[in-house]
Each structure stands twice: as C-alpha cells, then as structure tokens.
Design a protein around this ligand. Structure first.
Ligand code: SF4
Ligand code: SF4
Length: 206
C-alpha cells in the first residue's frame, strides 16, 4: 500500500545518519511529517482563505476564478520551483509529489537544488504571497465589506504568527526567507547533512 508520508524511521535522503534515534535535532526540526501535521497546517492556513473567498463571492462569484487560478499556480508550481526545490524533503527519490505538512501533493517537476534561494527566487516568492493576499484585500476594500476586511486581516496575522511559532521555527528548509530555525540547530543539521552543508558553503563563496 502506498504511504501518504515518508517513512518516519528513515533519515532524510540528504542525511548521512543511518537512523534518527538519538539525533540531537530530532525534537527541534521537522524532518518527517504525518497526518496530524497536515491537519494542523490546514487549520492554520485555511481560515483567511475562507473569509477572503466569502467576501469575493458576495461581490461577484466570477471574481473567485482568477484567485483560484493564482492559488493553484503559485502553491502548486511557482512556489515549488523557487522555494520547495531547495528543501531536503524535496530530495526524496521515487516520489512524484511533495508529502509534507504544507503544499502536500504538489508535483515535483524540478530537480532538488540544495543551497540558498537566489534574489530572483526570493522576489518571486514574496510577490506571489503579496498577490494572493492582496487580491481579496483589494476587493474587500473596493466593495466596502469592512467587517470581513477586519476579520480577513486578523486571520492573516494570526496565520503568520501561528506558522512562525509552530512551523517556521522547525522547518528544515533553511533556504526559505521566512525560516526561523536558530543557528545552533542549523549547524547540527548541516553536520548530519553534508550535501546540504556543501551547497550552502559553495553559495557563500560566490
Ligand atoms: S537530521 Fe537526519 S538523523 Fe536527525 S532527525 Fe533529521 S533525518 Fe533524522
Ligand atoms: S519547503 Fe516546506 S512546503 Fe516545501 S517541501 Fe519543504 S517542508 Fe514542504
């Protein structure tokens, strides 16, 4: 039977360790994922989308279409290329899609590219987020739906805060500009993942 997530007992494909037992970063970094992680992510991420979508539909349901297209192209393709393809989770061979706590199911169309994101990739990463949040924001303002606008803003801030303190502070993708993992934990991870460490070292010399 095909498993929904990668084997939690097997170290990452980039990791030189033979097992994760006794790894000092095991409790500080999320190297493996499960259904609970995915449900938690969806519970954090979806409320602002529901409120934003409701505001758009109240104005004109057809206006939802560009937002949906933007959503799937960004989280299903663009973000995967510019950000996820740098993630050690993405390096797993033999899987055609991402099996982590966020962007679950997005296709892996590109090679794994260890090391930091380029300036251009960071620009595209942020531009996509601004567009996705800005679209409902602009329509809520234009249609003077002040209550939904206030709720949307509160939920976006709550989402960002919850992600920062429950996910970004444990995420193994140090390339993401929103990553909050502290240097000491990064150093231990690099020591166990020489391929990743080497890519960061080479990039720092350029
Ligand atoms: S760094 Fe390697 S050994 Fe440590 S938890 Fe992650 S995959 Fe396992
Ligand atoms: S960067 Fe985050 S969303 Fe992308 S593959 Fe890694 S863990 Fe998943």
């Amino acid at each position: 039977m095909k498993l929904m997530f990668l084997d939690p007992k097997r170290p990452l494909p980039t990791c030189a360790s033979t097992d994760c037992e006794d790894c000092p970063v095991q409790s500080r970094l999320h190297c493996h994922f499960n259904g609970q992680d995915l449900v938690r992510f969806l519970a954090i991420a979806f409320p602002p989308f529901i409120v934003g979508g409701l505001g758009i539909v109240r104005l004109n349901a057809w206006l939802l279409l560009p937002w949906v297209v933007l959503f799937f192209s960004y989280f299903g393709l663009v973000e995967i290329r510019v950000m996820c393809s740098h993630c050690p989770h993405y390096a797993e061979a033999g899987t055609k899609s991402i099996q982590c706590w966020a962007n679950y199911g997005s296709p892996k169309l590109w090679q794994y590219r260890p090391g930091p994101m380029t300036r251009g990739e960071k620009f595209v990463f942020y531009a996509g987020l601004v567009l996705i949040a800005g679209y409902p924001l602009a329509l809520l303002i234009a249609s003077a739906q002040w209550l939904l606008l206030a709720l949307f803003i509160v939920l976006v801030v709550a989402m960002g805060t919850a992600m920062r303190f429950t996910m970004c502070n444990q995420c193994m993708n140090f390339a993401c500009p929103l990553n909050q993992v502290e240097p000491g934990v990064r150093a231990i991870f690099f020591a166990r993942n020489p391929r990743v460490a080497q890519a960061w070292k080479s990039a720092s010399k350029q």
